[in-house]
Design a protein around this ligand. Structure first.
Ligand code: HEM
Length: 156
């Protein structure tokens, strides 16, 4: 539940999870290609650049789908904010990468943050059932305020 006691909802949870997984795997591949070209194997540099530019697509699609479904399956604001932040971080990582070595101090931490958020989307949303038409999907984020039925019995 959010701070107002409403249940969190997420638009297209399985697609969001799949795009999160794709992004996380893509950034790991970026670590590999970067490692390879930093070791002196220059042929990996264009691969890193091309894959890096392409990695804007998963968070962009995720945000566009969420906005397109906004009337039918609205994201809870925090879920929508996460999509926006993820897209912004990937754009920053791409910009910092193109800016060259002097911006690696921004580039690498941003990429690490992207993996963290993308993995959270991938694992948090993967098990949520797609909603029936007109019904919002519940988020898979752990909810500290929500009790399981057995807990409710125990605590009364
Ligand atoms: C979100 C993930 C990432 C994206 C979108 C991304 C994207 C890019 C782009 C577009 C470039 C510019 C290439 C060029 O213009 O020649 C670049 C450069 C670079 N990236 Fe990444 N990258 C990512 C992750 C990483 C990671 C994880 C590492 C290392 C751990 C890394 C290390 C580097 C290095 C060393 C450069 C070259 C900087 C230079 O010498 O000009 N990147 N990256």
């Amino acid at each position: 539940m959010d701070t107002h006691g409403r249940k969190r909802t997420v638009a297209a949870p399985r697609l969001t999870a799949a795009l999160g997984l794709l992004l996380a795997v893509g950034v790991l591949a970026q670590g590999l290609t970067a490692g390879a070209f930093l070791q002196g194997d220059g042929q990996w540099h264009p691969w890193h650049e091309a894959l890096g530019d392409a990695l804007v697509l998963p968070p962009l699609i995720s945000l566009v789908v969420a906005l397109a479904l906004f009337r039918r399956q609205p994201d809870t604001p925090s879920v929508l904010a996460t999509r926006i932040v993820l897209l912004a971080l990937v754009v920053i990582a791409i910009g910092a990468g193109h800016a060259g070595k002097s911006m690696l101090v921004v580039h690498i931490p941003t990429a690490i943050a992207v993996v963290g958020i993308a993995v959270r989307q991938a694992t948090g949303f993967a098990r949520i059932a797609e909603p029936q038409s007109g019904q919002p999907a519940r988020s898979g984020y752990p909810d500290p305020e929500e009790r399981s039925p057995s807990e409710t019995k125990r605590r009364g």
